[in-house]
Design a protein around this ligand. Sequence first.
Ligand code: BES
Ligand code: MN
Ligand code: ZN
Length: 526
Amino acid sequence: MGNAIWRGSPGCKTRKEEPLVEFTVSTIEPENCPCDLLVLGVPEGEIFSGPVATIDQALGGILQKVVGEERFTGKARTTLFFHTHDRIPPRRVLLVGLGPSSRITTDHLRQAAAIGVNTARGRHLRHIGLPLLDRFPAKEEAQALVEGTILGGYRFRKYKRSDEEGMVEGVELITTPDRREEVNEALRRAAIFASATCFARDLVNEPPNELTPSRLAEVAREVATQKGLRCTIYGPEEMRQMGMGAILAVAQGSSQPPRFIVLEYAPPQAKRTVAIVGKGVTFDSGGLDIKSTEGMETMKMDMAGAAAVIAAMSALPDLALPVRVLGIAPAVENLPSGTATKPGDIVRAMDGHTIEINNTDAEGRMILADALAYAVQQGADEIIDLATLTGSCIIALGPICAGVMGNDQGLLDRLMQAASKAGEKVWQLPLFEEYLEAMKSEIADLRNSGGRYAGAQKGAIFLREFVGGKPWAHLDIAGPAFVEHEEAKGPYWPKGSGTGFGVRTLLEYLTAISEEPQEQDSGKHR
Ligand code: BES
Ligand code: MN
Ligand code: ZN
């Protein structure tokens, strides 16, 4: 009966172990669920539909009165909390507004569950009852509720001595008998998705003195050993032999050696290979083109792409998808020093392109140039990269949304569909041919910075030169990877924390292409 779930990273010693949250699926009536807190999502203006009406009856109409007195209307993310004084088995009820009925998405359920778990933690309540709404397919609702619970309850406490909050120990998902199987299955999947997301958050939240390129590589190796993935780690000498001059140029300013991390998930029945590539700059000072104090403060998060890739890879054996996936994470520190790369330096990438480094702070595209070329060399049929690549993308789309760009509209459409299912915001930006001019150098094939306008797109155009015409999508996650500003905060996005952005989109994407095998289209890619 009990589906025990471990929240947090899969034993990679990146965090203190946290207790289990046990999810159970039950078919009890919500008003009869013996729990400390019953969490009910309610549409705006239609509060007294469904279980809320029954509960109001059981309480002799008190609920109607409280809702009126508190002027609770069900606006999105607003709440109403009250005690039931032993009239019904749930000891407290939390109504969470979902906003106008016609605009409710499964992400509102994810948020409502997160608000529920945070309310419970703040009040030291241990057992939550969480009924499904029956607005969306049971699978989707259960997945959103479970993800919201795990992601909303996430804290990075490894470096704190004490904890003021309580822990939720049990969550009862409440559904009808006919939907029970579906809910059970969704629960398992959601727990895998959410745990992988928490793992990526842990990696992003680690300080840069702890999470160096070599430490990141060790973590990747631990994951591989535990999960049964193939793992190859290259050091600087091997990178030199492979001709990865672009990564080495970024790495040369630091005393920490770079690592080129490759994880492989290769089920026997796989017919095609997807490469997922993540930018792993464990600290970005800008190099000699050094950043400002404010600009540098959060730059430990510049490895969020690599974190998403490693975390997504860690989930694949549990999901048992029939597709081969290469997870590639180039890891470096970008620092200024007597050995650092200089503006004006020209280096050669693995695929032969020469690059004039006109800005040492455009280091992400340098390390990705070699990583993308490596993915092509390894026989990837399709490539998706994730990178905290440009401040420009944050200016364009704000801190809660990623930019998506690429050379194959079919792939981009499938990826955007997956992101929407995952509740992650992405928006496509156009790659106009004119932008390529800005990325050309007078004396080398390319330069790494092309001026301030359309910075996100120019970064992508630069990357496109290294994918050898393979279908490729690029997610610029500079905004949503880390919650730096108040305005980006959300019920399951705590301020000052990594978000694990991209993990669930990748897993949804890989699940979708496994269910409906896509023929490689014959469209043109450049
Ligand atoms: N890591 C930064 C981008 C970034 C900025 C991520 C803010 C998250 C928050 C990247 O390496 C960078 O410095 N990009 C430059 C590129 C420019 C020099 C072409 C930028 O966006 O200014
Ligand atoms: Mn930079
Ligand atoms: Zn960077």
